[in-house]
Design a protein around this ligand. Structure first.
Ligand SMILES: CSC[C@H](NC(=O)[C@H](Cc1ccccc1)NC(=O)N1CCOCC1)C(=O)N[C@@H](CC1CCCCC1)[C@@H](O)C(=O)OC(C)C
Length: 329
């Protein structure tokens, strides 16, 4: 069996990617953010304070004949951007891309932080990280993918995120036609809950790849490509107008700049991110100053190959073989 779901950028900056998920009987369809950087499936619900839930699609377990309360279980989570949410837990049928998991832990939010209240394009997250990262207590729950893996044709999923167009999450199969290049595989480290791996080097513009291993994570829930300062500086030294903008908390430059590409080595392949993908967006509507898609990871303490990097590749999250596959798109 397999599943295939379309995913769409939330806005003109591809800030996040939205995928429709069906929960319960009859189906309640919610727009969720698939996040390989976390391991909880949680939703805005009938239990979320009305003032916080305003503008969001919500899940009502009381309206689902297949919902069951997981009594005594609670959850609480904080993300890298300091946003947070918490609540209690139900189990219900969750269908993604035509594939159904019968008894999936659906974490219902009784509290959400301001960022989530304001981010009305999504009604929660689907964590696609490793089960060890799940935040339900007293008994941690499995992710949707972990529950699905044993029934899928292959225990893997692929992410095909695109700039300003519809992409896909495919479960149980690899559609190699989505990629131009060969898929290169490298070991994945799931010990922290997310998909850790080591890139073998990088280069700016068409230059030769240097040998400089970069350990980081493949994170669909992070907008940017976040790397060490020395690499960020090496890149922006090629961008005449680039400067650090305190208010924007990142490097900005003239939108008219012709940005160089950025490449990294992984699994014997070279993934090249085009200059256009590295210009994220004007700092505000109509501004001629643009915000860089490559920024420093120094404040976070972990390198993150987020959506800016993922948009350049077809990425295979291969749980069965504990490995990540990358192919140029
Ligand atoms: C340094 S880690 C920062 C990362 N967040 C992000 O990347 C958020 C995502 C977002 C977009 C639109 C609206 C709201 C949030 N974007 C962000 O901080 N941006 C500021 C810079 O300009 C680009 C957008 C993050 O916390 N990712 C979470 C998932 C994320 C999904 C959206 C809701 C908030 C939580 C997760 O992947 C995570 O925590 O990863 C850990 C392992 C770093």
């Amino acid at each position: 069996q397999t599943g295939s779901a379309n995913t769409n950028p939330s806005d003109s900056a591809d800030d996040e990617y939205i995928t429709s998920v069906s929960i319960g009987t009859p189906a309640q369809v919610l727009p969720l953010d698939f996040d390989t950087g976390s391991s909880d499936l949680w939703v805005f619900s009938s239990e979320t304070p009305k003032s916080s839930a305003s503008g969001h699609v919500t899940y009502s377990p009381s309206k689902s004949s297949t919902a069951k309360k997981l009594s005594g279980s609670t959850w609480s989570i904080e993300y890298g951007d300091k946003s947070s949410s918490s609540g209690d837990v139900y189990t219900d049928i969750v269908t993604i891309g035509g594939f159904s998991v019968k008894t999936q832990a659906v974490e219902s939010a009784t509290k959400v932080s301001t960022q989530f209240v304001q981010d009305t394009v999504i009604s929660g997250l689907v964590g696609l990280g490793f089960d060890v990262g799940n935040q339900v207590s007293p008994r941690p729950q499995k992710t949707w993918f972990s529950n699905a893996a044993s029934s899928l044709a292959e225990p893997l999923f692929t992410a095909d995120l695109r700039h300003q167009e519809t992409g896909s999450y495919n479960f149980g199969f690899i559609d190699t036609s989505l990629a131009k290049g060969t898929i290169g595989y490298t070991p994945a480290d799931g010990s922290e809950g997310y998909w850790g791996f080591t890139a073998t080097g990088y280069s700016v513009g068409g230059a030769k790849l240097n040998r400089n291993s970069i350990t980081g994570i493949a994170d669909t829930g992070t907008t940017l490509l976040l790397l060490p300062d020395n690499i960020v500086d090496a890149y922006y030294n090629n961008v005449e107008s680039a400067e650090y903008d305190d208010s924007q908390e990142g490097v900005v430059f003239d939108c008219s700049e012709d940005l160089p590409s950025f490449s990294f080595g992984v699994g014997g392949q070279t993934i090249t991110i085009s200059g256009d993908l590295l210009n994220l967006t004007p700092i505000e509507e109509g501004s001629s100053t643009c915000f860089g898609g490559l920024q420093s990871s120094a404040d976070i303490g972990i390198n993150i190959f987020g959506d800016v990097a993922l948009k350049a590749a077809l990425v295979v999250f291969d749980l069965g073989n504990e490995r990540l596959g990358w192919a140029q798109k």
